[in-house]
Design a protein around this ligand. Structure first.
Ligand SMILES: [Mg+2]
Length: 167
């Protein structure tokens, strides 16, 4: 892939929600070992703490298959910790995902996993898919769980997303 190709806003795959992602395909065909997953509107709705049964089951299945899962969220610790605890997985809060180096150092590097064995899942092109593509991970875009977004997402990120996808 050339240098600019790394900044692509195009995900490798799109799914309606996290639980639609085929874990056997991920593990056996793509060789994924680590899943970096977004929190808001990917795992649970914006500002809510309940996680749907489908998603809880999917996370448990992934863990049983030996996949490591880490939540990477731009949101603060108080928001992400209860969700990570409920799912019994690790998290990185205030990941500032667009500064991909932080994501890289805090997650992939710590686990000594090749980026190609990493899957990045999220609902935002700007905060999830582009950073995932930059680090060379396999990226899956999911539809946001609700139409409610953080203010900055609503006013800035979603608009830029539309622009990027129309070029
Ligand atoms: Mg999100």
């Amino acid at each position: 892939m050339n240098f600019w190709g790394r900044f692509s806003p195009i995900p490798n795959a799109k799914q309606k929600k996290v639980s639609d992602i085929n874990l056997d395909y991920l593990k056996n065909i793509l060789g994924i070992l680590l899943i970096i997953i977004d929190c808001d509107n990917t795992l649970c709705e914006h500002e809510k703490f309940d996680i749907s049964k489908d998603i809880v089951n999917w996370i448990n299945k992934a863990k049983n298959k030996g996949l490591k899962i880490i939540i990477a969220s731009n949101n603060k610790k108080e928001r992400v910790e209860p969700i990570a605890k409920a799912l019994e997985i690790e998290y990185v809060a205030k990941a500032y995902k667009f500064s991909v180096f932080l994501l890289w150092w805090k997650t992939i590097r710590k686990n000594e996993i090749n980026p190609k064995q990493t899957l990045v899942i999220g609902d935002q092109i700007l905060m999830d898919i582009i950073p995932g593509n930059i680090i060379g991970a396999y990226t899956v875009l999911v539809e946001p769980l609700s139409s409610e977004d953080a203010f900055i997402t609503k006013t800035f990120s979603r608009r830029l997303e539309k622009f990027l996808l129309n070029i």
